[in-house]
Design a protein around this ligand. Structure first.
Ligand code: H2U
Ligand code: ZN
Length: 329
């Protein structure tokens, strides 16, 4: 229970853990009443079926998952970087981005969706990775949920940004997994999954998947969703593995909501081997959940000060966080 640093072997970054500061009494009780569930349809929502989007286009009257091109795409098919020298370096960046509506129900979240609806979300992720992965080296799928994370709309949705370059986080994980496999002869995250399957950082498990608070978590209630079988990219998942993923996904979402009795904000997303045709035996597909909340529905963790200038820091240990999440239902 004394300060120490933990190494994130996926990124090579450290987190400073200061458990002695967490001895303040736990204030886990909800400080605000759970917000009532939103309406099933909101006439002002640009994601609801039949409504007009910001660019004037009308959404179809969709009944399940609906994917459309992002009207304000951060990436285009063309890129003409300013001429650059050795100090001010700019490189081309081309890509394609889409919005993925998880459900026609404006007031739902992943926690509210039934098994078939969650399987439809998983299948949409797989289909996007498969299609865009034929044309782009990186296909970043993510969900940014809740006003606390800067999400602009409560309608359940995620995004996909496909790029003709490997973004930094993915490149860093790629390099670290490669180095680990070279040294240890096995993929890093396969070893992590094997070790954590019955450990104190385990939060949820199904036959094919497990969710842990990683030993090196930097966000208080961060989760790492891992397969218990070797797989490098979403499209390689078998139908049973996809169905089982839908199961654990719903459980994670409901457990998160139960922790502070609030619709839990987070950024989550998938990391898989780049679609570069190269050897990817060092890779394990996985998803990260990065939620900002710390002590209640209203008390969030800010990554500021020492964290911005030095390195991530936490008081609550990952083991304590996992225990609270396990007790949260
Ligand atoms: P976030 O709320 O997670 O930022 O996602 C909303 C996305 O939806 C955002 O990327 C897009 C925004 O560009 N969008 C459209 O594509 N069409 C619209 O009519 C409004 C928002
Ligand atoms: Zn809506």
């Amino acid at each position: 229970m004394t300060p120490h640093r933990r190494l994130n072997p996926l990124t090579g970054r450290h987190v400073l853990v200061s458990p002695q500061r967490a001895e303040r009494p736990w204030q886990g009780a909800a400080e605000v009443a759970a917000a009532p569930r939103g309406p099933r349809h909101d006439s002002n929502c640009y994601l609801c079926p039949g409504n007009r989007r910001a660019n004037g286009e009308r959404n179809p009257d969709y009944g399940g998952v609906h994917v459309f091109p992002n009207d304000f795409s951060a990436l285009l098919a063309t890129s003409e970087p300013p001429v650059a020298g050795s100090m001010f370096t700019a490189t081309p960046a081309r890509g394609e981005t889409r919005v993925i509506c998880f459900s026609p129900d404006h007031g739902a979240t992943l926690a509210d969706l039934d098994r078939p609806a969650l399987e439809a979300v998983v299948n949409a992720w797989v289909a996007q990775a498969e299609e865009l992965g034929r044309r782009f080296v990186s296909v970043q799928l993510f969900e940014n949920k809740g006003a606390a994370m800067g999400c602009s709309n409560p309608h359940p949705h995620g995004q996909v940004w496909a790029t003709d370059f490997v973004p930094d986080e993915l490149a860093i994980e790629d390099a670290h997994q490669r180095a680990w496999a070279d040294t240890h002869g096995a993929p890093l995250l396969a070893e992590v999954a094997a070790r954590e399957a019955d450990g104190g950082r385990l939060v949820e498990q199904t036959g094919d998947w497990l969710a842990i608070v990683p030993f090196w978590a930097s966000w208080p209630f961060e989760l790492l969703l891992l397969p218990r079988f070797p797989v490098q990219r979403l499209p390689a998942l078998t139908p049973p593995q996809r169905a089982d993923l839908a199961l654990i996904l719903g459980r994670i979402a409901r457990r998160y909501d139960a922790l502070f009795r609030v619709s839990f904000p987070y950024s989550m997303g998938w990391h898989g081997a780049p679609f570069d045709g190269g050897d990817a035996a060092h890779w394990q597909l996985h998803a990260h959940f990065y939620p900002p909340l710390l002590r209640s529905a209203t008390v969030r963790k800010f990554m500021v000060g020492f964290e911005m200038l030095a390195e991530a820091q936490r008081d609550l240990t990952p083991e304590q966080a996992a225990q609270r999440l396990r007790e949260a239902m």
